[in-house]
Design a binder for this molecule. Structure first.
Ligand code: GLA
Length: 363
C-alpha cells in the first residue's frame, strides 16, 4: 500500500473523498423514475490528484497496487480505470478540462457487494476534478456526470440513486430522492435504530445482465401501459392486461414506491422494519432478483429478536443484506447470524458497521 507521495514523489494538489452507500428502501425504482432512500456508509474512497506536466494521465490504485497510463483518446482497458476515464470524459462534456494528471485512488468501500464502490469512485474523482479546476458544478449535477460515466463507459444502465447517495447522503441521515425530479431531503433513521449490513458471500455474477434485463422489462411494461415510466402507475389494476413476468415487475415497482413513501414518514423502527421485510418479499417473488443465499441470510436476520427488519439491498443476484436493528446489539446480531449462516454452509461477513467504526466506538 503506497501513498500519493510514495508513488508520485510529492504531495497532491487536491484530495477528495466520497462514501459508499446502502439502500434502505426503494430497489430498482430509480430507473422507473420512482423514489429511493439510501444512506451513506462509513467506508469511503479517496482520490488525490496533481497535474503531472506529461502527455498522459497516470492512475494508481492502492488496492490493486497498480499504475495505469492513458489519454482521453486512448482509453484504459483495466476495469477500475474505466470509471475514472469515464469521469474525465463526462466532465469534459460539461466544459471541465483537466491537464494530464497523476491520480491516486485509495478506498475501503467493499467491492462487488452492492455498496456502490463504483459510485464512490466516480463521485470522489469528480469532486477532486471540481476542486482542481475550480469548476462550478453542484452536487446533483456532479452525480449525473458520474451516472453517465458508469452507463457510457462501464456498460451498466444504472439509475441515479448510487451517485446521488454518494454525493448527498450522510451516514446518519438517509437521502429521500425522487429520481424523476431529483427533489430530495435528508431523513434521520427512526429513533433507537441503526443499520447493519452483511455480505452474503455470493458474488453478483449475473448482476450486469440481469439488471439490464429487468430494466428492459420495466421499459416494455411502461410502453405497453402508455406511461412515461412505471412511476406513473399508482393502481395495480392497470397492469392486469400485461402478461407475466411484466405484471409482477410492475407490482414490485408500484408497491416499492409506496413503501418508500411510507418509510420516509415512519418514525417507528418496528414499522420501518416491517416495510423492509415486505420489500424483500417483493424483490424475491415479484422482481426475482434475489438468490437462495440472500433469502437465507435475510430470514436469519428477520428472525433475530433485536432486528426490526431486513432485506437484500442493491441490484441483487448476490451481494449484501441490510437490516435495521437495535443500536446496542449490532455486533451481537452479526455474530449470531453469521454463525447460523455458516452452519448452513455459507460464508458471510460483516460490512457495516465497518471494522474502523467498531474500533472508534471502542475508544
Ligand atoms: C444498482 C444501480 C442503481 C439501482 C440499484 C437497484 O445499484 O446502480 O441505480 O437501480 O441497482 O435499486
Amino acid at each position: 500500500m503506497s501513498s500519493f507521495e510514495e508513488v508520485f514523489g510529492s504531495a497532491p494538489t487536491v484530495v477528495a473523498e466520497a462514501p459508499g452507500r446502502v439502500n434502505l428502501m426503494g430497489e430498482h425504482t430509480d430507473y422507473n423514475d420512482g423514489y429511493v432512500l439510501p444512506i451513506a456508509i462509513g467506508q469511503r474512497t479517496r482520490v488525490s490528484m496533481r497535474p503531472n506536466g506529461k502527455d498522459q494521465h497516470v492512475l494508481y490504485s492502492e488496492m490493486l497496487d497498480r499504475a495505469v497510463r492513458f489519454t482521453l483518446d486512448n482509453p484504459p482497458t483495466e476495469h477500475f480505470a474505466t470509471y475514472v476515464y469515464g469521469c474525465l470524459m463526462e466532465a469534459r462534456v460539461d466544459g471541465i478540462e483537466a491537464p494530464p494528471l497523476d491520480i491516486h485512488v485509495q478506498s475501503d468501500v467493499p467491492v462487488g457487494v452492492g455498496l456502490s464502490s463504483s459510485a464512490a469512485l466516480e463521485v470522489a474523482t469528480l469532486r477532486a476534478l471540481r476542486a482542481l479546476t475550480g469548476a462550478r458544478l453542484d452536487d446533483a449535477r456532479l452525480a449525473q456526470l458520474g451516472q453517465r460515466a458508469e452507463i457510457e463507459y462501464a456498460g451498466v444502465r444504472c439509475g441515479i440513486m448510487d451517485q446521488m447517495a454518494s454525493s448527498l447522503a450522510e451516514t446518519r441521515r438517509a437521502l429521500f430522492l425522487d429520481a424523476r425530479t431529483l427533489e430530495r431531503r435528508l431523513v434521520p433513521l427512526p429513533p433507537a435504530s441503526a443499520v447493519l449490513v452483511i455480505d452474503s458471500g455470493v458474488a453478483r455474477t449475473l448482476a450486469g445482465s440481469g439488471y439490464n434485463q429487468r430494466r428492459a422489462e420495466c421499459e416494455e411494461a411502461a410502453r405497453r401501459l402508455g406511461v412515461l415510466a412505471l412511476r406513473d402507475i399508482k393502481d395495480m389494476a392497470a397492469a392486469d392486461s400485461l402478461p407475466e413476468p411484466l405484471r409482477s415487475r410492475v407490482r414490485h415497482i408500484v408497491s416499492e414506491n409506496a413503501r418508500v413513501l411510507l418509510a420516509v414518514d415512519c418514525s417507528n423502527a418496528h414499522d420501518f422494519g416491517l416495510l423492509m421485510n415486505e420489500s424483500h418479499d417483493s424483490l424475491r417473488d415479484d422482481f426475482q432478483v434475489s438468490v437462495p443465499a440472500l433469502n437465507h441470510l435475510v430470514a436469519l436476520l428477520q428472525a433475530h429478536p433485536r432486528v426490526y427488519g431486513a432485506r437484500m439491498t442493491g441490484g441483487g443476484f448476490g451481494g449484501a443484506c441490510v437490516a435495521l436493528c437495535e443500536p446496542q446489539a449490532l455486533h451481537e446480531i452479526a455474530a449470531a447470524v453469521l454463525r447460523d449462516y455458516a452452519r448452513a454452509g455459507f460464508q458471510g461477513r460483516l460490512l457495516v458497521p465497518s471494522p474502523a467504526e467498531a474500533d472508534n466506538a471502542g475508544k
